[in-house]
Design a protein around this ligand. Structure first.
Ligand SMILES: Nc1nc2c(ncn2[C@@H]2O[C@H](COP(=O)(O)OP(=O)(O)O)[C@@H](O)[C@H]2O)c(=O)[nH]1
Ligand SMILES: [Mg+2]
Length: 373
């Protein structure tokens, strides 16, 4: 099941980037997990497949659990359920506001507090209030019950530009590089995205670019085996080399999409930010216009911190897209409005759970409806 390519090259260059990286930065031993001849049922937990791995397989994170196949709730229902905490917080306060009575300054003040509490941030909140006021004046609204519609429209207008679905057409392979802090959901999202694209008939290859922790590599390898996806990994290699190898393998095999995992890092860890810039540069050596997508994965629970992360990673890498995970279980779903206002990088996907289909393209209207209705 495994094939090993031993590459007799000198040890890896130090992480500190030289001005010019070698054309072919290979190091360590490339481990490739080929798809199994008889594919396991997608999403089923691994049976014995992982036992054949060259090292003991560590499963650091719980495997995605498939929700009951019988009556699976629709995505809208799951989005709504996922956003329930944000909605509870917002909705409870808003229900009081929209209950009736006059639209007056007190009401606007309360609305301001509610929006700030949902982590929309000051700039977005100020902008939304101004917009709502204009709508109220324009339409001659008097009653507080009419305010909800105005707010929904304002919010939709604000976040609609974030709805820009990722097109993976026109490039082969289309290279997607993931970035983000530890635990944001990068590896999990790669698994979900691999399934998402496979279900659209695309072939996918994964690059185990989180080379800092052996467990991270094993997590991706185990996932790939379970789901019949090739994973390119290296023992003792560096992330740039793994990604380079993965792209070459994808080119050789006519693979449609390469999903490159990377180690978690904080934007304040400058040496690690340099390291991920190097990963990007080395990917460019394999394909000059790659990576075609640089995605920052954000945990919605971090609320307003998301803005700082988006700005820092965008400044360092030039982000082309975002994934917002864990909208379930957070009351901070309003952070989408803050991103739209302060650094509008397209929000490609949102995650509302650990199950494999809990990641979907962002739909601004669906989000607003799930929040208010
Ligand atoms: N509830 C929930 N958990 C998630 C979501 N996305 C990822 N996770 C969990 O977050 C944890 C960290 O994910 P992981 O992909 O390993 O993060 P990484 O360090 O960025 O690669 C795991 O337990 C995942 O199952 C999501 O959308 N909702
Ligand atoms: Mg990871």
């Amino acid at each position: 099941m495994f094939s090993f390519f031993k590459k007799k090259t000198p040890p890896p260059a130090p992480v500190e980037p030289a001005k010019e990286e070698p054309a072919l930065p290979v190091a360590g031993t490339t481990v490739e997990t080929a798809p199994q001849a008889a594919p396991a049922t997608p999403l089923e937990p691994p049976a014995v497949a992982v036992a054949a791995a060259p090292e003991p397989v560590v499963t650091p994170e719980p495997a995605p659990v498939e929700s009951a196949p019988a009556k699976k709730p629709s995505w809208t229902e799951r989005l709504k359920a996922g956003l329930s905490k944000t909605r509870d917080k917002l909705g409870k306060s808003l229900a009081g506001l929209f209950g009736g009575g006059q639209i007056d300054e007190d009401l606007y003040e309360e609305l301001e507090t509610v929006l700030l509490t949902a982590d929309m941030g000051v700039p977005a909140t100020t902008g939304l209030l101004k917009d709502v006021r204009e709508r109220v004046t324009l339409k001659g609204l008097k009653d507080a019950s009419e305010l909800k519609g105005a707010l929904k429209e304002s919010l939709h207008e604000l976040i609609a530009p974030l709805e820009a679905p990722l097109s993976v057409e026109g490039r082969k392979p289309f290279v997607i590089m993931m970035a983000g802090v530890n635990g944001a959901g990068k590896t999990t999202s790669i698994g979900k995205l691999a399934k998402y694209y496979q279900s659209q008939g695309k072939s996918v290859l994964l690059a185990a670019g989180d080379t800092f922790r052996a467990a991270a590599r094993e997590q991706l390898i185990a996932w790939g085996e379970r789901n019949n996806v090739t994973v390119i990994a290296q023992q003792g290699g560096d992330a740039a080399a793994v990604c380079f190898d993965a792209i070459q393998a994808a080119q050789a095999r006519g693979i449609d999409i390469v999903l490159a995992d990377t180690a978690g890092r904080l934007p304040t860890q400058l040496h690690l930010m340099e390291e991920i810039k190097k990963v990007k540069r080395v990917i460019q050596k394999a394909i000059p216009d790659a990576p075609h997508e640089i995605m920052l994965v954000l945990d919605a629970n971090i609320g307003q911190n998301a803005i700082n992360q988006v700005k820092a990673f965008d400044d360092a890498l030039g982000l082309t897209g975002l994934v917002l995970t864990k909208l379930d279980g957070t009351a901070k779903g309003g952070v989408i409005a803050a991103i739209a206002k302060e650094r509008p990088v397209p929000l490609r996907f949102v995650g509302v759970g650990e199950s494999i289909d809990d990641l979907r393209p962002f739909d601004a209207r669906g989000y607003v409806d799930a929040l208010f209705d």
